[in-house]
Design a protein around this ligand. Structure first.
Ligand code: HSE
Length: 429
């Protein structure tokens, strides 16, 4: 007989209504059974929605929906790391009900605690939609690559920032203008600070770090720098140096432990990640023995994210029950790289400054770099035009992060430097 499971859906925003639209037409999907929407919950019952929900039982309280005897699978699409979303997920897990969520903040900040609840009841907690929208990266890393030793996971995990950076560089439009477009197009979080500060990408890479490297689910270990410090001028100068600036999230295995960080990075224009423009996401997986892989696709949006939720629901229909982070929480015992070792790691850097347009200013700047043993590989100065200050971009040879930071702080002590100079790491791919 065809299997049938009753699904309670909390959260009827873009993703929730996208999911309901697909479930109302599920004959077109390849599911091993039937998913029946048994109840829904959202903040506002009377709001106009693109799907008809009048046949479903309504719950004002998502916890009541999670606990209802009519809910066999609980789908959480409310968002927010704690509050009603977490309470409802806890209620479902404690009753041994499988949970599907798109909530990256909740998994990144409370994943370990929630995984313990799921393990105690031997019930699945699935979150494919929490990372990179429709790209099936969670299942790929947790299951398909479970037997593959990984070197690194690097990618573009925030569509809003990628849209911002590519649109600004391409059109010369300013930050606020493009951000307003990203909000209008539905890429940005309800609070776009989560996007531009790098927090959203950090939630996602924290999750992938645990899945891919077996480190504990510890959001505090992610070093986070957003795109809010990047100006149109930075993007233009990077372009003149044949590079693009991208917000890169990465988890890298080193001999000292796993480095987990999100920051704007300079990439050669022809490198694979530099070619990902607009709201797309992309993830490159580098393995020790099995080569390298790149997955690209929509990282946000109603249909793409609903597709990831449906993938999880399909796994539940097939009775799959993989541990939440691939292994039991007690086995997430690998270590993060200590901060002092990260400071010693070597890279090339871009140093961006605005320099007073007067004799000797450039010489005083390069003298400061030499004093920190930072060697210049390439240098570009634009005309100051009508301004007192000339934009300058310096690409360094390999040096430690500590040396580059010291050089920048020495440069910032110069009278000739207007606005603090900034440091952007350069990667070759
Ligand atoms: N705000 C996110 C982004 C979408 O811009 O990528 C879902 O995580």
């Amino acid at each position: 007989m065809k299997k049938s499971m009753k699904v309670g859906i909390a959260g009827l925003g873009n993703v929730g209504t996208g999911l309901i639209a697909r479930l109302q037409d599920q004959g077109k999907l390849r599911l091993d059974g039937e998913l029946v929407v048994s109840g829904v919950s959202a903040r506002n019952r009377s709001r106009a929605r693109p799907v008809d929900i009048s046949d479903y039982a309504w719950y004002d309280d998502p916890v009541a929906l999670a606990k209802s005897d009519d809910t066999e699978i609980f789908v959480e699409l409310i968002g927010g790391s704690d509050g009603p979303a977490k309470l409802a997920v806890e209620a479902a897990l404690d009753l041994g009900k499988p949970v599907v969520t798109a909530n990256k903040a909740m998994i990144a900040e409370y994943g370990e605690e929630l995984a313990q609840r799921a393990e105690a009841k031997k019930t699945p907690l699935l979150f494919e939609a929490a990372v990179a929208g429709g790209i099936p990266i969670v299942r790929a890393i947790r299951e398909s690559f479970a037997g593959t030793e990984l070197k690194s996971i690097r990618g573009i995990l925030n569509g809003t920032c990628n849209f911002l950076l590519s649109e600004m560089a391409e059109t010369g439009r300013d930050y606020d203008d493009v951000l307003a477009d990203a909000q209008r197009l539905g890429y940005a979080e309800a609070d776009p600070f989560l996007d531009v500060s790098g927090t959203d990408a950090a939630h996602k890479i924290a999750i992938l770090s645990s899945l891919g490297f077996g480190v504990p689910m510890d959001f505090s270990q992610v070093s986070i720098h957003g795109v809010d410090s990047i100006s149109l001028r930075d993007l233009q100068l990077a372009g003149k140096l044949d590079h693009k600036i991208k917000l890169i999230a990465e988890a890298v295995q080193t001999e000292f432990g796993v480095i987990c960080r999100v920051e704007p990075v300079l990439l050669p224009k022809a490198s694979p990640l530099a070619m990902i423009d607009g709201p797309l996401n992309a993830i490159m997986i580098e393995s020790v023995h099995a080569g390298n892989y790149t997955l690209t696709g929509p990282g946000a949006g109603s249909d793409a994210t609903a597709s990831a939720v449906l993938g999880d629901l399909s796994a539940l229909l097939s009775d799959q029950n993989t541990p939440v982070f691939g292994v039991c929480v007690g086995l997430l015992s690998q270590t993060f790289c200590p901060k002092d070792k990260i400071s010693q790691s070597e890279s090339k850097y871009l140093i961006r400054a605005e320099l007073r347009d007067k004799a000797g200013a450039l010489a005083s700047l390069t003298e400061k770099l030499a004093g920190s043993d930072v060697s210049v590989d390439a240098l570009l100065q634009d005309s100051a035009g009508d301004s007192e200050f000339a934009p300058i971009a310096i690409m360094t040879h390999n040096c430690s992060l500590a040396a580059a930071e010291e050089a920048v702080s020495r440069v910032n002590s110069l009278d000739a430097v207007h606005e603090p100079a900034r440091l952007i790491r350069i990667e070759s791919s």
